[in-house]
Design a protein around this ligand. Structure first.
Ligand code: HEC
Ligand code: HEC
Length: 193
């Protein structure tokens, strides 16, 4: 195991922001495993960048990277009737704005991506129904990666709330860094296999 430098959270957040500039310039996915600590600061999922999307879809939870759901799921989530009952909230928006968000999300969706980590999210929730909206947290890949984390650290943890709050544990989420070695669960600490 590599030595884990112990860096205070705010300092690390600053470092991640600095790293984002360089990381965004990288067009290829960085190697996923066994890479040196600094290289892990490269995003393995492209972060959301479109201003209207960040503004409209980033206030209640992370503005999820477009590459964590397939295009058909984004399309369904952005239907007017879905926005009127968005997992229990009314998030209705003007038609022209929705059209802009739809183009952005569908163009960059998981099933249209060349990134390995995003392709993994292209397989939708197999139990997806007509009544429930699709969820990132119900995709087989998400479940495979998170099923060992006990509920006491998530839904029963007021500082996390639910698995939908990616950035409460993935401290680099806003920069697209979801590397399992850069996870800090509030009140629990760094996750080790
Ligand atoms: C008014 C608050 C609010 C806004 C604004 C909002 N959402 Fe949500 N969103 C929620 C809530 C609440 C949930 C359910 C979270 C949970 O189950 O813990 C959710 C869940 C989601 C999920 C599923 C996450 C999962 O669990 O896999 C997606 C995808 C999503 N939102 C996309 C969007 C998009 C796209 C927009 C912009 C059009 C948006 N949200 C705007 C409140 C909001
Ligand atoms: C309660 C904390 C928590 C939340 C919330 C959470 N994750 Fe995770 N995530 C983890 C942990 C811990 C791992 C590593 C699991 C393992 O390998 O044992 C992980 C692993 C991952 C991985 C695989 C990383 C790798 O290096 O293989 C991805 C991708 C990921 N999460 C995406 C997400 C997304 C997207 C969300 C929000 C929809 C999210 N996570 C929400 C804790 C969390």
């Amino acid at each position: 195991m590599p030595i884990r430098p112990s860096i205070p959270r705010p300092v690390l957040a600053g470092l991640l922001l600095v790293a984002t500039g360089a990381a965004l310039a990288a067009t290829e996915d960085a190697p996923q495993d066994g890479r040196p600590w600094l290289l892990r600061l490269f995003p393995n999922i492209a972060p959301a960048t479109q201003p209207a999307y960040l503004e409209e879809c980033g206030s209640c939870h992370l503005a999820y990277p477009p590459g964590v759901l397939p295009a058909a799921s984004w399309d369904r989530i952005l239907a007017p009737e879905s926005l009127a009952d968005h997992y229990g909230d009314d998030t209705s928006l003007p038609d022209d704005l929705v059209a802009e968000l739809r183009t952005y999300l569908m163009t960059n969706a998981a099933d249209r991506s060349a990134r390995i980590r995003e392709r993994a999210f292209a397989v939708p929730d197999p139990a997806g129904s007509d009544t429930e909206l699709p969820r990132i947290t119900a995709t087989p890949y998400f479940i495979r990666k998170h099923h060992r984390i006990p509920g006491s650290l998530v839904t029963d943890n007021p500082e996390v709330g639910s698995f939908s709050q990616c950035n409460h544990c993935h401290i680099g989420a806003e920069a697209g860094i979801f590397d399992e070695r850069l996870v800090e669960i509030p009140g629990f600490g760094r996750w080790k296999d």
